[in-house]
Design a protein around this ligand. Structure first.
Ligand SMILES: [Zn+2]
Length: 303
């Protein structure tokens, strides 16, 4: 029998620093890097030819506490990489000294250790009414600015706010060096035109659960996924949220290994092989976040 084909995935957006994962995190992380899916209705998902496994996880923060927790995890696990920052919905809860603490973490980081690889997630959100929009916008622009100073990419969240996002980014790119912003629009949900303009500005697009959903309301997103430049697409889960089809409703919470299903969907849409999509998105993630060499084979830890 020939060797199985190993597929080293990078989940560029997994909140493994949140409490949802606290009860069984070591177990979940071991399973991820071994490429073992959780049993679904008592059955094990297994494909003897293609062996997807998680070679890297970028872990975004929502506040100072989760930033610190992410850094801790990045120090403990060599395949976890932390982002530091404030989710737009958390900006109203920030203490005055939180921003300064975040800035110090980033500017005084040991770049060679690869523990902090990005800022975020930051951005704009008009869906939840958790924080005044002006405050979200202020911290978003401040985070973009810090990204330039610290030479770190920025993980951007945008929910029901794509027009505002474009306006803010155009303004930022005009004030700063043109097209100098670097980062990913995570769980991208905009139009084809917006996708093109964002790529032009220098951004990558993150694809997760949404692109796998079968409802026609995602048709434009399928088009974006078909057409986006090969060197600008990234895989993500937004774990524990947004479980991809066909696992949606069958998993209690989403987890990094399900990026394999997102890769399968992108392969379908782009008329490529799953192995090609995984190789390309992993290379893209390594380029954007400047990740070190990653594992090429799943870990074989004891069961
Ligand atoms: Zn997120």
């Amino acid at each position: 029998m020939s060797e199985p084909r190993y597929l080293p995935l990078v989940d560029t957006h997994a909140h493994v620093n949140l409490d949802d994962f606290a009860p069984d995190l070591p177990d979940l992380l071991n399973r991820s890097r071994e490429g073992r899916f959780p049993p679904i209705k008592g059955r094990q998902i297994d494909d003897p030819i293609l062996r997807p496994f998680v070679a890297g996880i970028v872990c975004p923060a929502v506040d100072l506490e989760s930033s610190l927790r992410g850094i801790e995890l990045a120090k403990e696990y060599d395949f976890i990489f932390a982002a530091v920052g404030f989710h737009p919905n958390h900006t109203a809860l920030m203490q005055p000294e939180d921003w300064d603490a975040c800035e110090r973490l980033v500017l005084e980081r040991d770049a060679a250790a690869n523990n902090i690889v990005a800022l975020g997630e930051t951005g704009l959100d008009r869906y939840w009414d958790d924080a005044p929009f002006d405050l979200q916008r202020k911290y978003f622009l401040q985070t973009l600015e810090l990204g330039l100073r610290a030479e770190l990419p920025v993980i951007v969240h945008s929910r029901d706010a794509n027009d505002d996002l474009m306006a803010a980014l155009r303004e930022f790119c005009a004030d700063a060096r043109p097209n100098s912003a670097r980062g990913v629009i995570h769980s991208f949900s905009g139009t084809l035109d917006q996708a093109e303009e964002l790529v032009e500005m220098g951004f990558y697009l993150g694809f997760g659960g949404f692109v796998t959903y079968t409802s026609k309301k995602f048709a434009e997103l399928w088009d974006v996924a078909r057409r986006v430049r090969t060197d600008r697409m990234l895989l993500e889960t937004d774990s524990p949220f947004l479980t991809p089809h066909p696992l949606r409703g069958k998993l209690e919470r989403n987890e990094p290994l399900t990026t394999a299903f997102v890769a399968r969907r992108l392969a379908e849409l782009r008329d490529a092989s799953v192995a090609e999509i995984v190789a390309q998105t992993t290379e893209n993630a390594r380029r954007l976040f400047q990740l070190p060499e990653l594992r090429q084979k799943p870990d074989q830890t004891e069961r």
